[in-house]
Design a protein around this ligand. Structure first.
Ligand code: UDP
Ligand code: MG
Length: 330
């Protein structure tokens, strides 16, 4: 039987981590050791699966809780960051940690139901390298779901890689898919795009959206918008192309307008000066210039960021089995 690694990024999940762990262990044991329903005991699990918790610089005692978990349950391992590096970095650290032949990435808040893991494993055994559990948007705020749907439509149009609406980070990856992901060196990681970029046979199934078990969501409006911008910009330079096209069209229409003015003066003489037109044109052009500069600046910033080649995270502490693992400064 292949060994399974579960990667769980945790940021201030103190309230829910205990429940999460118990639920996960029970579900996995029931699925993997059918003869012994419920918790088959830590010893039974060890070689079959491991749970790699990554504490993303939590400030609410999540770290202490994970440390205790790792001490009491040999199936649990953990790595703790020196500060909050973001979910992308936490997932990456988890992938570095994971030793399994199949790796499942899931949230700590039980919004990714552990009951679906057996189904993912089943699909994986049919040869799929990526198994995506896609949630529907039931129970989500109307505005938020409208925005994210529009966003995904935009991303799909603007990017060269396929990103599926509602397909979060709850997925199973085969060993070779994980290895492929780990070879990608960029420091600005947008996993949704990277997952799709590596390719391999992928299968998707849907499940009903669930509410967070406890604690609160870490994604406020600003964070989501920034995440959205990351997604759009990290996969190609199409926005720059768009800026060039807009600029060219504006130059063309300005020429046409100028010709029209000249013809108009020749035909009917000078009439009232075009005050309003002038202001409108100036403001419009100014706006477009600033926006274009912003886009260019964003890319330059990215180049600067990548050229520093900093590691994706700094580890504060890990459990004994994980100790030798250091982030690769690729
Ligand atoms: N998370 C993280 N680092 C962060 C923010 C979130 O590791 O900076 C983790 C969080 O602990 C959870 C998962 O990412 O396990 C998803 O976060 P959350 O449930 O807040 O997002 P939502 O489900 O609301 O999109
Ligand atoms: Mg959540």
């Amino acid at each position: 039987m292949p060994k399974i690694s579960i990667v769980v990024p945790c940021y201030n999940e103190n309230e829910v981590i205990e429940t999460f762990h118990t639920t996960l262990v029970e579900t996995l044991d029931a699925a993997l050791f059918p003869g012994r329903p419920g918790d088959a005991g830590p010893a039974a699990g060890r070689d079959t699966y491991e749970i790699c918790y990554v504490d993303d610089g939590s400030t609410d005692g999540t770290r202490e809780r994970l440390r205790t978990l790792a001490e009491t349950d040999p199936r649990a391992r953990y790595t703790s960051f020196s500060r909050n590096f973001g979910k992308e970095s936490a997932m990456l650290a988890g992938l570095h940690m994971a030793q399994g032949d199949a790796v499942v990435i899931m949230d700590a808040d039980l919004q990714h139901p552990p009951e679906l893991i057996p189904r993912m494993l089943e699909l994986h055994s049919h040869g799929y390298d990526q198994v995506i559990a896609q949630r529907d948007r039931a129970g989500e705020g109307l505005i938020r779901s409208a925005f994210s749907q529009a966003y995904y439509r935009l991303v799909r149009r603007a990017m060269d890689v396929e990103v599926i609406d509602g397909a979060g980070d709850f997925r199973l990856l085969s060993r070779r898919a994980v290895n492929a992901l780990l070879t990608l060196p960029e420091s600005n990681r947008f996993s949704k795009g990277l997952f799709s970029w590596i390719g391999f046979d992928t299968v998707t199934f849907t499940y009903e959206n669930v509410e967070r078990a406890a604690g609160s969501s870490k994604w406020g409006g600003r964070r989501l918008i920034n995440y959205g911008i990351d997604g759009l910009l990290s996969f190609n330079s199409r926005p720059l192309r768009l800026a060039i096209h807009t600029g060219l069209w504006l130059v063309l229409s300005a020429l046409v307008y100028a010709v029209w003015i000249v013809v108009n003066v020749l035909v009917s003489g000078v009439d009232t000066p075009g005050y309003a037109t002038l202001i409108a044109a100036m403001v419009g052009l100014g706006g477009i210039q600033i926006a274009t500069l912003g886009v260019i600046g964003e890319y330059v910033g990215r180049i600067y960021h990548e050229s520093k080649r900093r590691p994706h995270y700094v580890i504060r502490e890990t459990d004994e089995t994980t100790m030798p693992i250091t982030p690769k400064a690729t």
